[in-house]
Design a protein around this ligand. Structure first.
Ligand code: NDP
Length: 434
C-alpha cells in the first residue's frame, strides 16, 4: 500500500488473489526466493498520455488515457479498453492484474493488460467519439501490435469505438493486422465475440449448479447491467429456460417477476445497442414491468445473482439480503463486482461464488480465437466458435474444481486464483530474473 498509495481497487484485487494463493506459495520456496508474487504485482509498464480532441462546436477537450501492460509471461498483452469518467490508474491496474489470471485460466497464450480513458462517451455525437478514438490511437499505436499487445472493448467501448480505433491504426501503420479484437465480422471479427462474455457466464453458471446437484432450468436469475455482458447473459439464460427477473442501468433496475420475454429482450437490445436509451423505457413500453429508480436489483427473490455492470456494485448489505432470500449461487459477469465484505458473507454462508476471472472469461477466450483466425486468415462459423467457447468454459470450470474443491463443495475464488496463478508463476520462474 505504501508503494501504491490511493489505489484501493488495485489493493482489493491483489489481496483477494494473495489470500487464495498464500498457502501454496508458502510451501514453494523457489517462488518466494524469486519474489514471484512481488514481481507479479508490479506492471511491466504503464503508458500514460493526453488525448486532445475537438467537440462538434469546435471546443478543444483534453482527457487522460492509460495502457497498463501488466504481464506477458504467457503471451502478448491482452485486455480491454474502458471509456468512463470513473476510470483511474487504480481501476485499470486492478483490471489488468485480474486479466493476467483470467487469461491464464483460458489456456490460451495471452498475457494480461488493460487500458482506457476518463473520457465519457455518453451524450457525445458519433463524430466526437470518432475524433476522440482517432486521437487516442495516434499515441496508442506505438505501444501495441498483434504480437505485442492486443486491446479489446470494455465498458463504453463497443463495436463503434473498436471500428474507429482500428481504422486509425491502419491509417497510421499502413497495414492490416489483428491488433484489436471485437472487430466487425465483415473486417476480421469473430463470430460469437459480441455474445461471448454473457453466453460464457451462463455456461459457467450451469457447470457450477450441475456440479452441486442443481440445474439452470426454471431458476430465477437477477442480472444487473444492460450492456454487452448483461444482454447476452440474459439471452442465453432465457434460451436455457431460466427466468431473468431483473436487469439494470445506472438509472435503476427493472423487476419482471414472471421473467423477461423474448419481445421485451429484443426491445431492450435495440434500445441499448442502437438507440443508447434508458432501461426505464422498457417499463413504459410493457405491462408487468416495474422500474425502481436509483436502486440495485439485489433485493428481489432469486436463485442466482449475476452482477454484470461494474466493480463493487454488490456490497455486504446486498449480499446479506440475497442470502436471506435464499440465493444459491453468484456468478460474476462483471470484473470484481462484489466488495470484500460481500464476498466474505457468501463464503461464510457457503454460497457458490464464481469470480469474474473464471465466469466472465468467455469474452477474452473468443478474443483469443479471433486472434488465431486473423493469424490464419480464416473465419470459423458461429457453431464452431460457440463449441470452442463451451469447451474452454468447461475446462476453466474443471481447473477451478481441481484447485478449489473441499469437502464436496467448490470454492471457486480459491480454485480460479490458484489455477491461474500457478501457470504464470511457473513461466516467470523459468524465465529467470527478468
Ligand atoms: P457496457 O458499457 O456494455 O455496459 C455496462 C452496463 O453497466 C450498462 O448497463 C451501464 O449502465 C451499467 N453500469 C456501468 N457503470 C455503472 C454503475 N456505476 N452503476 C450502475 N450501473 C452501471 O459494458 P460491458 O457489458 O462490456 O461490461 C460490464 C462489465 O463486464 C465490466 O465490469 C467489464 O469489465 C466486464 N467484462 C466485460 C467483457 C466484455 O467482453 N465486454 C469481458 C469481461 C468482463 P449505463 O448505460 O447507464 O451506464
Amino acid at each position: 500500500k505504501k508503494r501504491n498509495p490511493h489505489e484501493d481497487e488495485f489493493h482489493q484485487a491483489v489481496e483477494e488473489v494473495a489470500t487464495s494463493v498464500m498457502p501454496w506459495y508458502l510451501q514453494h520456496e523457489p517462488y518466494q526466493k524469486a519474489q514471484i508474487l512481488e514481481r507479479m504485482t508490479e506492471p511491466d509498464r504503464i503508458v500514460i498520455f493526453r488525448v486532445s480532441w475537438e467537440t462538434d462546436d469546435g471546443d478543444v477537450r483534453a482527457n487522460r488515457a492509460w495502457r497498463v501492460q501488466f504481464n506477458h509471461s504467457l503471451g502478448p498483452y491482452k485486455g480491454g479498453l474502458r471509456f468512463d469518467p470513473s476510470v483511474t490508474q487504480s481501476v485499470l491496474k486492478f483490471l489488468g492484474f485480474e486479466q493476467i489470471f483470467k487469461n491464464s485460466l483460458t489456456g490460451l497464450p495471452m498475457g494480461g493488460a488493460k487500458g482506457g480513458s476518463n473520457f465519457n462517451p455518453k451524450g457525445k455525437s458519433d463524430r466526437e467519439v470518432m475524433r476522440f478514438c482517432q486521437s487516442m490511437m495516434t499515441e496508442l499505436h506505438r505501444h501495441i501490435g498483434e504480437d505485442v499487445d492486443v486491446p479489446a472493448g470494455d465498458i463504453g467501448v463497443g463495436s463503434r469505438e473498436i471500428s474507429f480505433l482500428f481504422g486509425q491504426y491502419m491509417r497510421l501503420e499502413n497495414r492490416w493486422s489483428g491488433v484489436l479484437t471485437g472487430k466487425g465480422c465483415s473486417f476480421g471479427g469473430s463470430a460469437v465475440r459480441t455474445e461471448a462474455t454473457g453466453y460464457g457466464c451462463v455456461y459457467f453458471c450451469e457447470h457450477v449448479l450441475n456440479e452441486h446437484g442443481e440445474g439452470l432450468k426454471g431458476k430465477a436469475i437477477a442480472i444487473s447491467g444492460s450492456g454487452n455482458v448483461a444482454l447476452y447473459a440474459a439471452e442465453k439464460a432465457m434460451l436455457k429456460d431460466a427466468k431473468v427477473v431483473t436487469m439494470s442501468d445506472s438509472g435503476g433496475f427493472i423487476h419482471v417477476p414472471e421473467g423477461l420475454t423474448e419481445p421485451q429482450w429484443e426491445f431492450l437490445k435495440d434500445l441499448k445497442e442502437n438507440r443508447r436509451g434508458r432501461i426505464s423505457e422498457l417499463a413504459d413500453q410493457f405491462d408487468g414491468i416495474q422500474f425502481h429508480t436509483d436502486a440495485r436489483p439485489w433485493g428481489v427473490d432469486c436463485d442466482v445473482a449475476m452482477p454484470c455492470a461494474t466493480q463493487n456494485e454488490l456490497d455486504g448489505d446486498d449480499a446479506q439480503t440475497l442470502i436471506n432470500n435464499g440465493v444459491l449461487a453468484v456468478c460474476e459477469g462483471a470484473n470484481m463486482p462484489t466488495t470484500p465484505d460481500a464476498a466474505a458473507r457468501f463464503r461464510n454462508h457457503d454460497i457458490l461464488h464464481a469470480p469474474g476471472k473464471a465466469s466472465n472469461a468467455g469474452g477474452v477466450a473468443v478474443s483469443g480465437l479471433e486472434q488465431s483466425q486473423n493469424a490464419m486468415r480464416i473465419s470459423w462459423s458461429h457453431e464452431e466458435v460457440d463449441e470452442r467457447l463451451k469447451k474452454i468454459i468447461s475446462e476453466i470450470h474443471d481447473r477451478c474444481v481441481q484447485h478449489g474443491k473441499r469437502n464436496g463443495r467448490v470454492n471457486y475464488i480459491d480454485g480460479a486464483n490458484i489455477a491461474g496463478f500457478q501457470k504464470v508463476a511457473e513461466a516467470m520462474l523459468a524465465y529467470g530474473v527478468v
